[in-house]
Structure formats: C-alpha cells, structure tokens
Design a protein around this ligand. Structure first.
Ligand code: SF4
Length: 366
C-alpha cells in the first residue's frame, strides 16, 4: 500500500496546498483559509472548527499534514537599540539566528523588519564575516525560513512589514528554497508582506542573479560589492575567484535594465582597506551609466582584524563618492552590535574570539 506523504504546511504556497489538499475534499478557497489561519495565527495544529467546513474534512487535513515549528533556544534584546537576536533550532541539531530590526521612530507607524537566515553557516568565506568561520552546514527548508518570520511576528507588539535575506548564508546558493519561502511570505493567504519589502541579498553569485532576472522575481535585490577592484575583492570576498567583477556587473546591468529599479550595491566599509578616494573612483568607473544607490555599512568584525572607518575617513569617502558618482549614497545603521546581532556577526553558538595575533587594522590591500 502506498503511504500518502505528510504535507508540511509552511513548506507550500497556496497554489500547492490547494492541489495537495484537494483529495481530502478541500477546495482552493478553503485551502487559502487554512493557510492563512495557520500562518497568521502561528498555529501548531489545524483548526478544529471553521465556518462552513465539515469537521470530517478538517480531521482528514489534520491527519495528512504536519505543522512544524522552530524551537526557540535563546533570545537577546539589545539594551542599546532594541535589536533582538533569536537563536532557533529547526530540522537539524545546529541552531541558526534571526534578527528583529525595530523601526519605531514614527509614532503610529511602528514596525519591524526581520533579517532571516537562509542557510546554517555559509560557504562563501567572506574575510570579515563571523558566519563564514562556521563553514557551510546545511540549507534551510522553506518552512524553516518562513517560520522565523511567523515566530517573530508572534513575539512582537508591532507588525512585521519587511523581510531581508541577510542573515546566515548566501541566499542564491539555496535559491529554490529561498524563492519558495519568499512566495509564501508575500502571497495574500500567506503572510501578505509586500514583495517590494522583501529583499534578497547576494555577495555576487552570478548564476543566481541571472536566474532571478530571467524569472522576473518581484523581490528587491541587493548585491554586496565591497570592492570595485578585482584583486582587492578576491582578498575580501573569495566569490570573486569564481565570478569576476566583470561577470558580476554584466549580470547586475542586465537585472537593472529589466527591473528599471535603482540598483542597490552594499559596501562593507573597512578602515584603510576600501574607503579611499581611489575606491570611490573605481566604483564610479564600474557603475558608469547605471542608476545605483550605494549602501554603506560599517564592518562588524568581532575578531578585531577589520575596523570601521573613523568619522574623518568616512566623511572623505562620502565626499569622494558624491563627487565621483553623483548618485545616492546612504549609510545603513547596523544595530545590535552589543549582542553580536550586527551584519556579519551571526555565528550561532560558535564563539568568535578576538584575534590577538593581529594588529588593530589590516594594511591596505590596494
Ligand atoms: S557575508 Fe554573507 S555571504 Fe559572506 S560569508 Fe557572511 S553570510 Fe556568507
């Protein structure tokens, strides 16, 4: 006898649930109602009662499905800025982290953005990132990504209006699961988060960017550039050895032309390494003719090898960017550093110790 496989609720889009639940007498409208009841109310079992629905149908759905839920291992709130870091366990033994970013400055419009992980650990080896030091452990399943948002919504007194795939992992290396999760987060019977408020970030995995463009994905894309000089980039972001700046920028231009949006390029600033007027010139050369926005982020390196620029260095760099580029340059606040929740600081239970052998600042790679 063939056993019916268990349907994992949070793994499926509304359309898939409609097909999977049809044999149990569920029509597409009811499938949508069930999906929204489970996801929006963070239920861990199928409702026992629903308007205009027979209990027999609900019982059959209950028997055929499972609603997996992440286990919360730890939660830390930054006393400095309210950033909150959650440590979750999903299908495997290794926990992973999620950060809740508070946007509470406009009275009456308080909201949160959730920074989700897409993998446990990461294979990309970026020089300044704590996650890189863990190495790659595994890809997260769609439900494990979706449930990071569901559990944080449940724990929050203001709505979650945005999701950024900037936690642990390189989203483009778990492409199918990431896009599946983003679909569930955005669809009307899912969590109904506006696609324009879902941002997928990559360090430069070109096949993923090209696929994202080809598939006309509605989400925002951010590419971490961090150096516009190939040799320097190789020493900071090893992805440059596989996908060169030339190849990357060709894929980025293709995406920008199709989407028509101003291309967001992230730049992790490291003192003495990538914040000189020459770096600004190189960015201008690389992006000539393309509408871009440069997103400056201070490096957060718990080992102390890479340092953020001083106020004076930052000002010179910004002035050079404004003069060379003539396009928007913003500085992203990277909060939660006091609880190791800042960009590049997520390492699960793995402690990242200060590097006592290194001097305070690396010599310039240029
Ligand atoms: S910065 Fe992102 S892509 Fe690079 S190692 Fe860290 S998690 Fe991976």
């Amino acid at each position: 006898m063939e056993l019916t496989p268990t349907i994992l609720f949070k793994n499926h889009t509304g359309e898939e649930l409609a097909v999977l639940l049809a044999p149990f007498g569920v029509n597409p409208k009811l499938a949508g109602k069930l999906q929204s009841a489970v996801l929006r109310n963070a239920l861990d079992e199928v409702p026992k009662v629903m308007e205009q629905t027979s209990w027999r149908v609900l019982k059959k759905v209950e028997n055929a499905t499972r609603i997996p839920t992440l286990q919360l291992i730890d939660k830390q709130v930054s006393p400095r800025d309210g950033f909150t870091k959650y440590l979750f366990k999903g299908e495997g033994d290794e926990p992973f982290e999620t950060v809740r970013i508070p946007l509470l400055h406009v009275k009456g419009q308080e909201k949160y953005v959730v920074c989700v992980s897409s993998q446990v650990g990461c294979a990309m080896g970026c020089a300044f990132c704590a996650t890189a030091k863990m190495g790659f452990r595994r890809n997260l399943q769609p439900w494990e990504i979706v449930d990071q948002v569901i559990q944080i919504r449940k724990d929050s007194s203001y709505p979650v209006r945005g999701v950024v795939f900037m936690g642990m992992g390189e989203p483009m290396l778990n492409y199918d699961k990431v896009i599946q999760a983003a679909t569930i987060l955005r669809e009307p019977c899912g969590l109904a988060i506006d696609a324009r408020n879902i941002t997928i970030s990559t360090v430069g995995v070109v096949p993923g960017i090209r696929r994202f463009t080809r598939e006309k994905q509605p989400y925002r894309l951010v590419v971490s550039l961090t150096s516009a000089n190939s040799e320097k980039r190789k020493s900071l972001l090893p992805v440059e050895n596989t996908h060169s700046l030339e190849e990357l920028m060709s894929a980025v231009r293709e995406y920008q032309e199709y989407s028509g949006v101003r291309m967001m390029l992230a730049w992790t600033m490291m003192s003495g390494i990538n914040t000189s007027p020459e770096d600004a010139k190189e960015i201008a050369r690389l992006t000539a003719g393309m509408p871009v926005k440069i997103d400056l982020i201070d490096v957060n390196d718990p080992t102390g090898v890479f340092l953020k620029p001083s106020a004076e260095e930052l000002k010179t760099f910004r002035d050079s960017l404004n003069a060379e580029l003539g396009q928007p340059v913003v500085r992203r606040y990277s909060g939660g550093q006091d609880i190791n929740a800042g960009c590049g600081m997520l390492a699960g239970l793995h402690m990242v110790e200060p590097d006592k052998t290194s001097c305070a600042s690396m010599p310039s790679h240029s």
